[in-house]
Write a protein that binds this ligand. Structure first.
Ligand SMILES: [Ca+2]
Ligand SMILES: [Ca+2]
Length: 285
């Protein structure tokens, strides 16, 4: 028994040594990987509901800010506006904000959901056929994702979607405002991760909900990011309460981009704890 145990130990040690040596020498697939995302082949699809909570307007700006960072410069992505479920209240359109955050890399599921599903599906199929994985950031509900995954599976019937398509959700409220069969569908046919809620801290994801608004003045003077955050503030202030939800953090001039914890989780930045940490990391340059 002892012999077997020590030979197992030796094998383990050897494997550890080999993998450590490979990393130290810069070999292996880790170079392009940020967190869980491989920038050489994966695709991010970021779904925003913007209904009725105006915090998504700040989450759009926050993801746009992350994607401008040098460490994420090769991320292949598509943002989706109007990816809401069955909640009450009004949708808040923000085409100028999406353009500032994502250029032309976004689609409008409020204006034409079928066309948006089609465009996202084609992009996702290309990624999957080339060996990459697809990451769905659910800044809102999963109705759009369900339609998207159905379209992908119809086009690629041999695909193991549960292995290759990853859904990330942080909010029970978002889940409850999803059409129940759509939520069941994404849980069944994608690799579904429910991560801790970004509206609170100390739970394993950052707290991106903070009543302290000190960073607004610095963002308004930022060389590259000012237009994006000025538009996010204008829209979130203007719509708060009027769309059907009065966000208490936005009401007092704070920051709420809670849905961005899914992006920090996917890209490996969950060591950040607060909005202040976020801006120091992504907006200090
Ligand atoms: Ca949202
Ligand atoms: Ca929030």
């Amino acid at each position: 028994m002892l012999v077997i145990k020590s030979s197992r130990l030796m094998t383990t040690l050897l494997l550890l040594f080999v993998s450590y040596g490979a990393k130290a020498d810069g070999f292996g697939p880790t170079q392009a990987v940020n967190g869980l995302f491989n920038q050489e082949q994966d695709l991010l699809i970021a779904n925003f509901d913007s209904k009725p909570d105006p915090d998504d307007l700040q989450a759009v700006a926050a993801l746009g800010t992350m994607l401008q960072h040098e460490s994420l410069s090769n991320v292949n992505y598509l943002a989706v506006a109007g990816a809401y479920g069955v909640q009450d209240g009004s949708y808040i359109p923000s085409p100028k904000l999406f353009k500032l955050a994502f250029g032309k890399r976004w689609v409008d599921a409020h204006g034409d959901r079928e066309a948006a599903v089609q465009a996202a599906s084609e992009l996702a199929q290309k990624t999957l056929q080339q060996g990459g994985d697809v990451w769905l950031q659910e800044a809102g509900q999963s109705d759009f994702s369900a339609a998207l995954v159905k379209s992908i599976r119809a086009a690629l019937p041999k695909l193991n979607s549960k292995q290759r398509i990853h859904t990330v959700q942080h909010s029970t409220w978002n889940e409850n405002a999803t059409t129940p069969e759509d939520l069941l569908y994404v849980r069944e046919y994608t690799d579904y991760s429910k991560i801790p809620d970004g509206n609170g801290g100390g739970n394993g994801t950052p707290s991106f909900n903070n009543k302290d608004g000190q960073w607004w003045s610095r963002l308004a003077e930022h060389k590259a990011l000012a237009p994006l955050w000025i538009e996010a503030k204008r829209l979130s202030d203007e719509n708060n309460g009027h769309a059907g939800y009065d966000n208490p953090t936005i009401a007092v001039g704070g920051f709420d981009f809670s849905d961005t914890v899914e992006a920090t989780w996917i890209f490996g930045f969950n060591q950040l704890e607060t909005t202040d940490d976020f801006f120091k990391k992504f907006a200090a340059h």
